[in-house]
Design a protein around this ligand. Structure first.
Ligand code: FE2
Ligand code: FE2
Length: 220
């Protein structure tokens, strides 16, 4: 594999963002009293723990951030500390989401409250965290790391994929998020949600049109 390791991290933000949108849908359903299956909830947690945290945040925290810290550039050091602190907060949100799922069968209201609260906090945290990395830290990394350092990073990332995540697991996690995306973010579901709004808008436009025609005919 011969690609820029910073681009690899940027690309990994794609499926993580999909998971954030899935979480929003799950939160919406749970808040409306609809059931979200344990399988889907647990698959979401597996993705967050293995792909987002162990694989992606692991590459950042154990390889990219320490390498950038060695450059000793003040503004990078400050931002990296903020990003690491956000990874820690994200982990505690996931932990609380797991606790919520465990109490789902015995305390539905408690589950809904704890899950939605932490899931919403996680979505908000990660959306802005990803923006900081995409827009500030990663462009800095591309500028400040030498070709040699980028190669070293690439080798480190390959090692994470093979020996920490395991051969083939990355593809399995992609399948998992594709399935959640299909189930929660399908086109039809999106349209279904927007239909009432479109209908009201259509009716209002029609009524205004009729009124304008009436006024024009009567007074002009
Ligand atoms: Fe990060
Ligand atoms: Fe990231």
């Amino acid at each position: 594999m011969n690609k820029n390791p910073i681009d690899e991290l940027t690309q990994e933000h794609g499926p993580i963002k999909v998971m954030l949108r899935v979480l929003e849908k799950m939160n919406e359903k749970i808040s409306q009293g609809e059931d979200v299956s344990n399988t889907d909830l647990n698959n979401g947690i597996i993705f967050l723990k293995e792909f987002a945290d162990k694989c992606h945040h692991g590459k950042e925290e154990n390889l990219l951030f320490p390498m950038m810290k060695k450059n000793n550039i003040k503004k990078e050091l400050e931002l990296i500390d903020v990003l690491i602190a956000e990874h820690v907060v994200g982990r505690s949100c996931i932990k609380n989401m797991v606790t919520a799922i465990e109490m789902k069968s015995s305390d539905k209201a408690g589950f809904a409250d704890l899950f939605v609260k932490n899931s919403e906090a996680y979505v908000k945290l990660l959306d802005q965290h990803i923006d900081k990395e995409n827009l500030i830290l990663f462009p800095e990394a591309k500028q400040s790391l030498s070709e040699e350092k980028l190669k070293e990073l690439e080798a480190g990332f390959e090692n994470v994929e093979k020996n920490i995540i395991g051969e083939g697991r990355h593809a399995e996690l992609h399948k998992l998020i594709d399935e959640l995306k299909r189930r929660y973010l399908s086109q039809r579901q999106g349209l279904k949600m927007k239909e009432p709004r479109f209908l009201i808008l259509g009716l209002v436009s029609f009524a205004v049109g009729v009124l304008v025609m009436y006024i024009v005919e009567k007074y002009f």
